[in-house]
Design a protein around this ligand. Structure first.
Ligand SMILES: Cc1cc2nc3c(=O)[nH]c(=O)nc-3n(C[C@H](O)[C@H](O)[C@H](O)COP(=O)(O)O)c2cc1C
Length: 213
């Protein structure tokens, strides 16, 4: 039934029907309820974005997972999840540009943000990455994340796709990064649980005022 939203809160029962409305139609022709916009260099952030999208879709939400370069607009009422990775203590320039470009739209929502970084399971690495991520996001004072999580990342010297000047730096013989063994500490079980919590929060938001969103 178009225009109906069921809001049974609780992971197993979570079922959200699309609210009728003509804005922000996704590829399926249904109104996009959640946009997951990611910024990736070597693909690991994109894979996390897809995994979150899969979990959200399983709860019945209409989700679009897009690279930030593919996002033309963020329709009013769309919930947003943002993902990017740290490079030398910073979020990529194009991610900052995206946040600036959609400052008005993102300022009206409470997005979830995930930041990939540490490639070793060391508390120190996670603490440093958390500080870097907060500092970087702090450059956008109108952005008020509902939650921001630093997630373990992936490092594989064989499949790195870097932008200048990192591309050049990585080619320099003797660069210690070239000797670092490949790692992938992305915790898919945790990511699945976090996405489930996001779905529940979205359901709760819809229950407050489903028809005026
Ligand atoms: C050249 C380079 C620099 C990096 N710098 C940082 C950093 O400063 N802090 C951090 O936590 N992780 C850092 N990382 C780890 C990346 O954030 C991690 O590999 C992430 O999974 C990459 O995401 P992507 O595959 O979506 O580009 C760096 C990785 C590379 C290759």
């Amino acid at each position: 039934m178009a225009g109906t939203t069921w809001c049974a809160i609780g992971r197993a029962e979570l079922r959200i029907r699309n609210v009728a409305g003509g804005v922000g139609l996704g590829e399926s022709g249904m109104r996009t309820q959640v946009l997951i916009a990611y910024c990736t260099r070597s693909g690991s952030t994109a894979e996390v974005a897809e995994a979150i999208g899969k979990t959200l879709r399983e709860t019945g939400l209409v989700v679009e997972v897009k690279s930030i370069a593919e996002v033309d607009a963020i329709a009013p009422g769309t919930e947003v999840v943002l993902g990017a990775a740290l490079y030398i203590g910073h979020l990529p320039k194009e991610f900052h540009q995206f946040l600036n470009r959609f400052e008005a739209e993102l300022g009206k929502v409470r997005p979830w943000v995930f930041v990939l970084g540490p490639t070793e399971r060391e508390r120190k690495q996670f603490a440093a990455a958390e500080e870097q991520a907060r500092k970087e996001l702090g450059k956008h004072p109108s952005l008020h994340p509902a939650d921001m999580r630093v997630l373990g990342g992936k490092f594989d010297p064989a499949s790195l796709k870097l932008a200048f000047p990192m591309k050049l730096i990585m080619k320099v013989p003797g660069n210690p990064l070239r000797k670092v063994p490949a790692t992938d500490i992305r915790d898919w079980e945790w990511i699945h649980r976090w996405a489930g919590a996001i779905a529940e929060e979205i359901a709760a938001r819809m229950c407050v005022s489903p028809m005026i969103r």
